[in-house]
Design a protein around this ligand. Sequence first.
Ligand SMILES: *[C@@H]1O[C@H](CO)[C@@H](O)[C@H](O)[C@H]1NC(C)=O
Ligand SMILES: *[C@@H]1O[C@H](CO)[C@@H](O)[C@H](O)[C@H]1NC(C)=O
Ligand SMILES: *[C@@H]1O[C@H](CO)[C@@H](O)[C@H](O)[C@H]1NC(C)=O
Ligand SMILES: *[C@@H]1O[C@H](CO)[C@@H](O)[C@H](O)[C@H]1NC(C)=O
Length: 347
Amino acid sequence: MPSSSSFTVIVFVAVAAFAFVSNNNVVNALTAQHVIDSPLLTEKIGTNRTIKVDINGKGDFTSVQAAIDSVPVGNSQWVIIHVRKGVYREKVHIPENKPYIFLRGNGKGRSHIMWNESATDNLESATLRVEASNFIAFGISFKNEAAIGMPFTSTNQSVAALVGADKVAFYHCGFYSAHNTLFDYKGRHYYDNCYIQGTIDFIFGRGQSIFHSCEIFVVGDKREEIHGSITAQNKQTQEEDSGFVFLKGKVYGIGNSYLGRARGAYSRVVFAKTYLSRAIVPQAWTNWSYVGPTKDLFHAEYDTHGPGAEQEGRAPWSKQLTEKEAAPFMSIDFISGKEWLPVYNQD
Ligand SMILES: *[C@@H]1O[C@H](CO)[C@@H](O)[C@H](O)[C@H]1NC(C)=O
Ligand SMILES: *[C@@H]1O[C@H](CO)[C@@H](O)[C@H](O)[C@H]1NC(C)=O
Ligand SMILES: *[C@@H]1O[C@H](CO)[C@@H](O)[C@H](O)[C@H]1NC(C)=O
Ligand SMILES: *[C@@H]1O[C@H](CO)[C@@H](O)[C@H](O)[C@H]1NC(C)=O
């Protein structure tokens, strides 16, 4: 090897090492102790009870729903439903009377639960519908592949997952649809290292949720001139605890989008320590279709970065939080996670 190219290699390695020590975030992102994986979750919930689902017939069931149906009503001990690699074409419902289910996949690129329903009623179209408390999912993709009409004229929606119970957590999961992808309906939820994609109002509802280190991917819809919105949060009263907090993630994609659209009069959404790409329009927040005063909307950012974090042109009611104002949203205490989450990140 000529000496000039080995010199180049050495310089490159030195620069890369410098980047690691000088940027704490880079170190954190690659530090194993911050990654929540399946053995850790399994250890924390303390069970071995596993029902295996295998599309090729080498497990206890070939359908995810059949495995859930086999869990007794009133279940009170954690049970693992392991979904092996494959595309499971079915709707999955976790009924209210079957708590403590841990749905574990082989990775969001390998275990897929997929359906294609479009309905005027959000509650109907969902591929995954969780109505039991104490539910965990790890390493699975939930998809709704319905062919959709013109987004702003069709009232139909295609929900990939409906999360309608308290104490629900998703780790390393994917949520895919075009329109209304994730219905964060109600209850306290934690999403860790998840991937969520969509065009319009694709994270919506009245849940009280933290999205930690999640990737939000905005898909364009070239048929429309109006911008879509990542969130449509629906907090309706001052007293209500609901709100979405996006912490240390990234927002990027193909299309242009708002961070949030007001759905309820007290709509509450915070993006903190998050990378925002050019996919975010300068105004960032909109009251489109919400008729009423904007004074009670809590549309806020704290320490965001990237080209989409530029503040010029922001909606006048939106807020840039101070460190003190941001504090209640920066920890797992926002969803009282220490009381119920088996594992969480607190970096
Ligand atoms: C899991 O199985 C192993 C081996 O069979 C056993 O030693 C261990 O106690 C079990 N753990 C639980 C939590 O049941
Ligand atoms: C829209 O939803 C209705 C019922 O909610 C359904 O009958 C209809 O097929 C859906 N349209 C499309 C294009 O999927
Ligand atoms: C769902 O898929 C089936 C089979 O491919 C198709 O016939 C149907 O039209 C699709 N429905 C929607 C709403 O896209
Ligand atoms: C949206 O907010 C602006 C003030 O920023 C107001 O002029 C407009 O009327 C609001 N739109 C609706 C539909 O309430």
